[in-house]
Design a protein around this ligand. Structure first.
Ligand code: SF4
Length: 331
């Protein structure tokens, strides 16, 4: 199947089984060069996945510290003048969030050298004790590695302790691009691709779901992006533990990498969302369009659904309140 007409007319038959005929790299590279065909196919798969209505979570990010030993060149979060939020400050932010309708707290921060596993567990327990209904989405694989090293425990033990303390799910951040050659250029001190995969699969095996993410639009090639997507697809077919795919376009402001790289333009961002949907189908069908990174209009276009517009309009009052609070920060 190569022509547009065949794509539109025959897609239902093409996708009648569970095998995705477009998941091989050559076909994905061809689709990348043919945006109209790519968008049609992606939209077809979105409809086929029953995603005509788009869902969202009202959450609040609490970035408990910006102190970090990391050296990621794309980072705009780490600062020389660092802060730590106290338990009272964390609790008051959680309380404010819940009072305004949030159902989830996302906890992430820098890699502060003095932080041990018990500090991370303590934050979860403090929130969970006073706000048991809030889902706690917390700590990237890099943070899990950091706390397990600092406390001299295994990754598995660290995850078990976090779960006991109220952890609901793990952000799949710190993935960036899961190709070590690229990681050497943009985040040389971060965990390697294999380690990210080990921590994510350990979480899944313990019943801790995670998101999957990709930071794109910097030094990586299309081939690197396809390798990244194929790793995510493999993990999901083994564990089923990913809740969604979150595409994070690189933002060039206020970081070292942005001095030499300008980031993806709008068309490339939309193409990347479409390509991820095609490449990950049917393993991951929930593709997140991050409005805090894309902006309102681009996020609506990336969602590509009438239902998205309805959800967007219905959520307007709450969205205004959360506008400055939902951009993911930290590791
Ligand atoms: S991305 Fe995370 S680990 Fe890297 S420097 Fe920033 S806060 Fe530190």
């Amino acid at each position: 199947m190569t022509s547009d007409a065949a794509n539109v007319a025959g897609l239902s038959e093409t996708y009648s089984g569970t095998i995705n005929p477009y998941s091989d790299r050559d076909e994905l590279e061809r689709l990348w060069q043919q945006p109209i065909r790519l968008f049609r196919l992606s939209n077809f798969l979105r409809q086929k996945s029953g995603r005509d209505a788009v869902s969202f979570v009202v959450n609040r990010n609490i970035n408990f510290t910006n102190k970090c030993t990391g050296t990621c060149r794309f980072c705009s979060f780490k600062q020389r003048e660092s802060y730590f939020l106290s338990s009272e400050q964390i609790l008051s932010r959680a309380a404010e969030a819940e009072a305004q309708g949030a159902t989830e707290i996302c906890l992430q921060g820098g890699l502060a050298p003095e932080m041990k596993l018990e500090d991370y567990c303590g934050m979860l327990e403090t929130i969970h004790r006073d706000h048991p209904k809030l889902h706690l989405h917390a700590f990237s694989p890099m943070e899990v590695m950091h706390m397990s090293r600092n406390s001299g425990v295994s990754i598995r033990q660290a995850l078990q302790e976090l779960k006991r303390s109220g952890l609901g799910s793990l952000p799949g951040t710190a993935a960036e691009i899961l190709v070590d050659r690229v990681r050497e250029q943009i985040c040389p001190d971060k965990l390697k691709s294999r380690q990210w995969r080990e921590i994510i699969t350990a979480a899944h095996s313990l019943g801790i779901p995670t998101t999957s993410t990709m930071l794109f639009g910097h030094v990586e090639s299309l081939e690197d992006r396809l390798e990244h997507l194929s790793i995510l697809r493999e993990i999901q077919s083994e564990t089923g533990g990913f809740t969604e795919m979150v595409l994070l376009p690189f933002i060039p402001e206020n970081n070292a990498l942005g001095k030499s790289v300008s980031g993806a333009d709008l068309l490339e961002k939309l193409k990347m969302h479409a390509l991820a949907r095609v490449a990950l189908y049917p393993h991951i069908t929930n593709i997140q369009a991050s409005w805090t990174k894309l902006g309102r209009d681009a996020a609506a276009a990336a969602g590509t659904a009438r239902g998205w517009r309805r959800s967007w309009q219905a959520a307007a009052p709450r969205r205004a309140r959360w506008r400055r609070r939902t951009a993911p920060r930290g590791c």
